[in-house]
Design a protein around this ligand. Sequence first.
Ligand code: FE2
Length: 187
Amino acid sequence: MSKYFGNCSDIINWDDVIKHLESLSNENRYEGKNNTNVDKRNELGTIENTHNHYILDSWREKNFDFNKINWSGYNVGTHYSKDLENQIADMLKVKMLSSWMSRVNPGDCCPSHWDLDSHTDVPFDKLVRFHIHMSPPAPGQIFVIEDEIFCNNKQGDIYLWDNRRQYHSAANCSFEPAYLFHCECYV
Ligand SMILES: [Fe+2]
């Protein structure tokens, strides 16, 4: 069960962060739909691709319509500042290893998956994962970690995951884009 870790909306103005993301061009933004293109999957034999093939094949087996699967990813340094990442690390009292922001547009979804470890040198019990609800509540925005459903959370709500390999998914049936902040940290 995830642990509620508090709310940071009095520390970080998430509306401003979202406004900034929406002011950027789409250039360099990670687009899930480009990486779930079945024609491109054979390009590399890396661990990342082996993992991604496994996840994508599990979605294909269940006949997901890949036209409806999409999400965007934003990176520190490119789309939001290192200062913001540092501010969040201070708030969580952790050493930040990596962070990113995600956006799921109305009508899109990201089916169940777990994220490949990006810090394989860090012992499993020393790496923790958090997510923060960046968007204000919008009925129809759903985020799921295993058997937990997050909807209508307050803007700025922070949750600590049980572990970094939990299956998670998102769907957006609301009228607004759904933004989440994610991070992996050393404790
Ligand atoms: Fe993920």
